[in-house]
Unconditional design. Structure first.
Length: 419
C-alpha cells in the first residue's frame, strides 16, 4: 500500500491540476454571466439571478456530493460534480440560443457543481494532511485555482470567434469553453486521483467501513459536538455571502458606466487573483498563529473593500479595482481560516457530512445575498449594496474575536496531571 506521505503528494498534485481546470471552467463565464442574464431576461433586477442560481446549485449539490464521498470516496464524488457542471455550461449555451431564461437558470444551477467540486477539493487535500500542515496543504489547493480563475475571465474576448462560428450569441462563447474544460477535469480526476485520499485516511485510522446514515443528520450532529467547527462554518458563510453579493453586480456597475467587456474582464481577474493568489500566506498564518486571527484579518479586509466599493462611481476606476481585489483577498482569508476551523475537530467519519453541510450553508447564504443584490442595486444603487456588505464583515470579525478568545482561554487552562 502507498504510504501516507507519498499518497498526500500525489493527491495534492492531482487536485492542483484539476483546480486549474475547474477555475477556468467557472471563471470563463463569470465575466459575462450577469450580462447574459440581463440580455435574455430583459431586466436589470434579474441580472444577478444567474450567479444566485449558480451559488444555489453549488449549495444544494454539496450534500449529494458529500454523500457520494462518504460512501464511495473523493474520486467518484468529484468526477460526478465536474460532469454535472459541464452539462450545466452546455445548458447555458442552449439557453442563449433559445432565449430561455428558465433554461439559463437551470444551467447556472448545474454549473454550480463546479464550485462544489472546487470546495470539496480542499477537504480532499486535508484528508491525509498532518495537523501541523493542514492549513498549508488546504491553502495550496485553493491557491492554484489562481491560474485558471485569472485566465478564465480574460477568455470573454477570445471566445467571441467561437460563438460566432457556432452561430451563438457572443456572450455564450465563454460557456462553450467552460463545458470543454470541465469535462477534462472529470477525466483527470477519474484517471489520476489514486489512491483515494478519504478511503486511505479511513484505512489508516481503522475506519474502513462508513456508516450509511443520512448526510444532513450526521453533519448537524458533528457541528453540534464541535463549536469550533460551527464557528468555521459561520465565517465561511458570511465571507462567501459578502463576496458573492458585491461581485455578482460589479460587472453591471462597470458596464452601466460604459466600461468595455475587456475592462470588466480585467477588474474581475484582479478580484479572482485576490481570492486565490495569496491563499498559501493565509494557510501558513493559520498554522503559525491560529485560524481565528486569520479570520479576523479577513473580516477587516472585507470591511475596507466594502467601504471603497461604496465610494466608487459607475464605470472603471482605480478605486473599484482595488475594492474588488480586496474583496477577493478578504474572502480568501475567511475561506482558508473557516475551512481549517471546520476540519480540525472533525473525525474521519464525520468529515464528509460536516463538510457537505458547511458548503450547503455557505452556498445558501450566498445565494440569498446574490438574489438580494440585484434588487438592492435596482432600487437603491450599488453604493447601498456595499453598505449592506459592511454588516457581514463586522459579523465575521465578531465571530473571529470570540473564537480567538476561546482558543486563548483553552491554551491558558490548567492541565490536570496524575500525581
Amino acid at each position: 500500500m502507498v504510504g501516507r506521505a507519498e499518497a498526500q503528494r500525489r493527491t495534492l498534485r492531482t487536485l492542483m491540476f484539476t483546480q486549474v481546470l475547474g477555475g477556468v471552467g467557472l471563471a470563463a463565464g463569470a465575466t459575462v454571466g450577469s450580462l447574459l442574464a440581463e440580455r435574455i431576461s430583459g431586466r436589470t433586477d434579474l441580472a444577478g439571478l444567474g450567479g444566485t442560481f449558480q451559488t444555489l446549485g453549488a449549495a444544494l449539490l454539496a450534500l449529494p456530493i458529500a454523500t457520494v464521498a462518504h460512501r464511495a470516496g473523493r474520486r467518484p464524488s468529484l468526477t460526478l460534480a465536474y460532469v454535472v457542471a459541464a452539462l450545466g455550461a452546455l445548458g447555458i449555451v442552449a439557453a442563449a440560443a433559445t432565449r430561455s431564461f428558465a433554461l439559463f437558470l437551470l444551467g447556472s444551477a448545474a454549473l454550480g457543481a463546479a464550485s462544489a467540486a472546487n470546495s470539496a477539493a480542499r477537504y480532499a487535500a486535508a484528508d491525509l494532511a498532518l495537523p501541523a500542515h493542514r492549513g498549508r496543504d488546504l491553502s495550496l489547493v485553493v491557491w492554484v485555482t489562481t491560474l485558471g480563475s485569472v485566465l478564465g475571465p480574460n477568455l470573454a474576448g477570445p471566445a467571441e470567434p467561437i460563438a460566432r462560428a457556432l452561430g451563438l450569441d457572443v456572450l455564450a462563447g465563454p460557456f462553450v469553453v467552460s463545458a470543454v474544460v470541465l469535462m477534462l477535469g472529470a477525466v483527470a480526476i477519474t484517471a489520476l486521483l489514486r489512491p483515494d485520499p478519504l478511503l486511505l485516511s479511513r484505512q489508516l485510522s481503522g475506519e474502513e467501513a462508513a456508516p450509511r446514515k443520512g448526510s444532513l443528520g450526521r453533519g448537524v450532529a458533528a457541528l453540534r459536538r464541535h463549536p469550533e467547527a460551527s464557528q468555521g462554518v459561520a465565517i465561511m458563510a458570511l465571507g462567501h455571502a459578502v463576496m458573492v453579493g458585491v461581485m455578482v453586480m460589479t460587472p453591471l456597475h462597470l458596464v452601466h458606466g460604459h466600461a468595455s467587456l475587456a475592462i470588466v474582464g480585467f477588474v474581475i481577474s484582479g478580484h479572482i487573483f485576490g481570492m486565490f493568489a495569496f491563499a498559501p500566506i493565509w494557510g501558513i498564518g493559520v498554522d503559525r498563529f491560529g485560524a481565528p486571527y486569520v479570520a479576523l484579518a479577513g473580516g477587516a479586509i472585507l470591511l475596507i473593500s466594502a467601504v471603497l466599493a461604496g465610494l466608487s462611481a459607475a464605470g472603471f476606476s482605480v478605486l473599484l479595482t482595488i475594492a474588488l481585489f480586496l474583496l477577493g483577498l478578504g474572502w480568501s482569508a475567511a475561506f482558508i481560516s473557516g475551512s481549517t476551523l471546520l476540519v480540525g475537530p472533525l473525525t474521519v467519519t464525520e468529515r464528509p457530512a460536516g463538510q457537505g453541510l458547511a458548503d450547503l450553508g455557505m452556498g445558501l447564504t450566498a445565494a440569498i445575498c446574490g438574489a438580494a443584490a440585484g434588487v438592492i442595486v435596482q432600487h437603491w444603487g450599488y453604493a447601498w449594496l456595499a453598505h449592506v456588505a459592511l454588516v457581514g464583515a463586522f459579523t465575521i470579525m465578531a465571530i473571529a474575536a470570540m473564537a480567538a478568545t476561546a482558543s486563548a482561554r483553552a491554551a491558558e487552562a490548567p492541565v490536570d496531571r496524575p500525581v
